[in-house]
Design a protein around this ligand. Structure first.
Ligand code: FAD
Length: 455
């Protein structure tokens, strides 16, 4: 492919929501910007597919009411939301593998577990409220909170085993996508604090409240459309040469020369880029200390959402099962039935070592426990294991092991010469959600604007 050179004021690496939000905000301020994206599509961890003639999602998708930057962006782009389907009875599968259908908010855990869960939930909330989501490492007891694992906190503070299992499954499985003994209490609290400040906001009614009409990738597609030919696809960046006031970003087939740069890729992927001069030692150590969680998202497709006819919502939880959670992800017109689950953390690691056929059988048998045997016979079955995606290498996001947040937190957004950083993984509010990607992109854009302002 012939090499071409693009001159711009700001070069953005990564066309996910963060990079495109940064570029959109820079362009709106009159800056000349170019976005280099490795994949043949924009959207990164959001990725549409089509089911029943309508958009569906292989990656991130749900929008919560608290996510103000997201709501603002959707309005600017003329994109609408629709409520996620959750009418009817939900399912809870107990430690003995028995399925219970229940109405309303609270799963029938049993009195002792419910009480213990409520108490633990309140403790986490009050600790999370003490944190500044933009700088959790500045909490007066940050070091203490960062040296104990979430697992050891559960063992010490939550007396009931079912409550512990549920909480472990929720925060470790549902959000960090890593085992509870591999991240600190502080890292877990950051997740809660960044997602609106209470454990309650992790509930499906909040966190999974809305879906995006046209599928969530449409957010990036629309931003890219407005940026036009300033977004270059199939341009994996291999080298970044930088000095004070200039960056030269070299991708396959194209080089961008700019005064300032935004690296809008998750921290685990900056390790795959060669910097010249090499990045400062603190930045190299920080990126090495962060790793992605493990997520395999599954969509099982049926002719119709048959569970709805049986009074079931398709939503449920089972902390002890491979299919730990289940949701109705059918298109808004119900032109097909879609159930989705996420194999997360240790479940993803174990399932990833099974043959594709065995994994499919285990997953579908697991889904059948929620909504009946018909779930085991889908017309289509789609898996996306994000750890195997070259330009992501895990999901939902990156996090530190114990001690990492207090050692490196302050370095997360620290610029290096003309290079600023963006991506949801380093965001405060909306951390590891699309909301965080938008906010971090805008923050990096503001920092770059200062740098490229006429002197
Ligand atoms: P990314 O989307 O990772 O974007 C980074 C971009 O950089 C990518 O496009 C990548 O291709 C590109 N890139 C990487 N390396 C290079 C390189 N060397 N050169 C050029 N380009 C490069 N969030 C929610 O809010 N709600 C949800 O329901 C939700 N569910 C999720 C479910 C799944 C299965 C997954 C995977 C994520 C989910 N998320 C959810 C998280 C959400 O998708 C992410 O927080 C968000 O999309 C991250 O955006 P980003 O721009 O920060 O990073």
């Amino acid at each position: 492919m012939p090499e071409r050179t693009i001159e711009a004021e700001v070069a953005v690496v990564g066309g996910g929501i963060a990079g495109l939000s940064a570029a959109t905000s820079l362009a709106a301020s009159g800056a000349d910007v170019v976005v280099l994206e490795a994949r043949d599509r924009v959207g990164g961890r959001t990725w549409n597919t089509e089911i029943g003639g309508e958009a569906n999602e292989l990656g991130g998708q749900w929008v919560a009411p608290y996510q103000s930057a997201m709501h603002e962006l959707l309005e600017e782009l003329g994109i609408e939301l629709f409520p996620s389907f959750r009418e009817g009875s939900h399912t809870y599968i107990d430690p003995a593998g028995r399925s219970h259908h229940y109405e309303g908010h609270d799963a029938p855990l049993g009195d002792a577990a419910e009480k213990a869960f409520g108490a633990a939930d309140a403790k986490l909330d009050s600790m999370a409220k003490e944190l500044d989501p933009e700088a959790p490492w500045e909490h007066p007891d940050a070091r203490g909170l960062d040296e104990i694992t979430f697992e050891s906190w559960l063992q010490a503070e939550v007396g009931d085993e079912t409550a512990r299992d549920l909480m472990r499954s929720w925060l470790a499985g549902g959000f960090l996508a890593k085992p509870a003994h591999t991240f600190s209490l502080l890292q877990g609290l950051w997740m809660i604090s960044g997602a609106g400040g209470t454990f309650e906001l992790f509930e499906p009614e909040q966190c999974l409240a809305f879906r995006v009409v046209g599928g969530s990738q449409v957010i990036s597609l629309r931003m890219a459309e407005l940026l036009g030919d300033r977004v270059v696809l199939n341009a994996p960046v291999r080298d970044v040469r930088w000095s004070e006031g200039s960056v030269e970003v070299q991708a396959d087939g194209v080089t961008a020369k700019a005064r300032s740069g935004i690296l809008a890729v998750p921290p685990n992927l900056t390790n795959a880029i060669r910097f010249e001069p090499v990045l400062p030692a603190w930045r190299m150590r920080m990126a090495q200390a962060m790793s992605q969680g493990s997520i395999n998202k599954v969509l099982a497709v049926y002719e119709t959402p048959f569970w709805r006819d049986e009074g079931l919502s398709g939503q449920g939880f089972a902390p002890y099962e491979l299919v730990r959670e289940l949701y109705d992800n059918s298109p808004p017109s119900a032109s097909a039935g879609v159930l989705t689950t996420f194999l997360a953390g240790e479940n993803a690691e174990r399932a990833g070592r099974l043959s594709a056929a065995d994994r499919r059988r285990e997953v579908l048998d697991g889904m059948a426990k929620y909504v009946g045997r018909r779930a085991a016979e889908p017309v289509d079955y789609i898996e996306t294991d994000w750890s195997g995606q070259e330009w992501t290498r895990g999901a939902y996001g990156t996090s530190f092991g114990p001690g990492g947040l207090t050692r490196f937190g302050d370095d997360l957004r620290r610029p290096v010469g003309p290079i600023n950083w963006a991506c949801t993984d380093i965001a405060g509010v909306g951390h590891i959600h699309m909301e965080g990607a938008i906010r971090s992109g805008r923050l990096a854009a503001a920092a770059c604007l200062k740098a490229v302002a006429p002197r």
